[in-house]
Design a protein. Structure first.
Length: 188
């Protein structure tokens, strides 16, 4: 069975080199849905607590919220960084507190200090789904990701990656030692 979670992300981007209005900088509220598949965890009668899926995903994905997302070869990138540097906000600001952990993958690099994500490919809904799966595939048994942004909507299915040991009291994944990081339950 599946557990699903949905959340909104507000971001600015553009399609560099695209022959349409999307080549101009603009913003969206995008809605992301993540579906996680596993057996029913007998103790709690759920696959996975949705608030825990959201927490795990949001730790990483908040980097995209209220962020500017530019492709690595976009000439706006050095221009924006130049302005941020001159303004003294390139490496953070005391009021920039709602930050995620910085990350760098093959597909994207997050610079939370200046709310910027640099992507290898254009940040379409399809591009974002690839980035999200890549960031979260080892943390969650993701079988489907859906992302909608303006008139654009995309989804992708992924092969289930087997079952995870979960706490029968909290429902969350046990660590490598078989211990629940939330309540301390230990697998016998
Ligand atoms: Zn757009
Ligand atoms: Zn527990």
């Amino acid at each position: 069975m599946r557990s699903m979670t949905t959340f909104d992300l507000q971001y600015a981007h553009r399609f560099y080199g695209f022959k349409g209005e999307a080549q101009y900088l603009h913003g969206h509220t995008g809605t992301l849905t993540i579906e996680v598949e596993d057996t029913i965890n007998e103790g709690v009668n759920m696959v996975f607590p949705c608030n825990e899926i959201k927490k795990t995903a949001w730790d990483v994905l908040r980097n995209f919220d209220h962020a500017l997302i530019l492709r690595e070869d976009d000439p706006l990138l050095p221009a924006v960084l130049d302005v941020y540097t001159k303004q003294g906000i390139r490496h953070g600001h005391p009021q920039n507190t709602m930050k995620g952990e910085a990350f760098k993958t093959e597909l994207a690099t997050a610079y939370p200090d200046c709310r910027l994500v640099v992507t290898k490919e254009t940040m379409t809904v399809e591009g974002f789904i690839k980035i999200v799966y890549d960031l979260l595939k080892d943390k969650l048994n993701i079988v489907k990701i859906t992302f909608s942004s303006g008139d654009n909507k995309g989804s992708a299915d992924f092969a289930p990656r087997g079952t995870m040991d979960r706490c029968p009291l909290c429902g969350i994944a046990l660590n490598e030692q078989g211990i629940c990081p939330k309540c301390g339950y230990k697998k016998k």
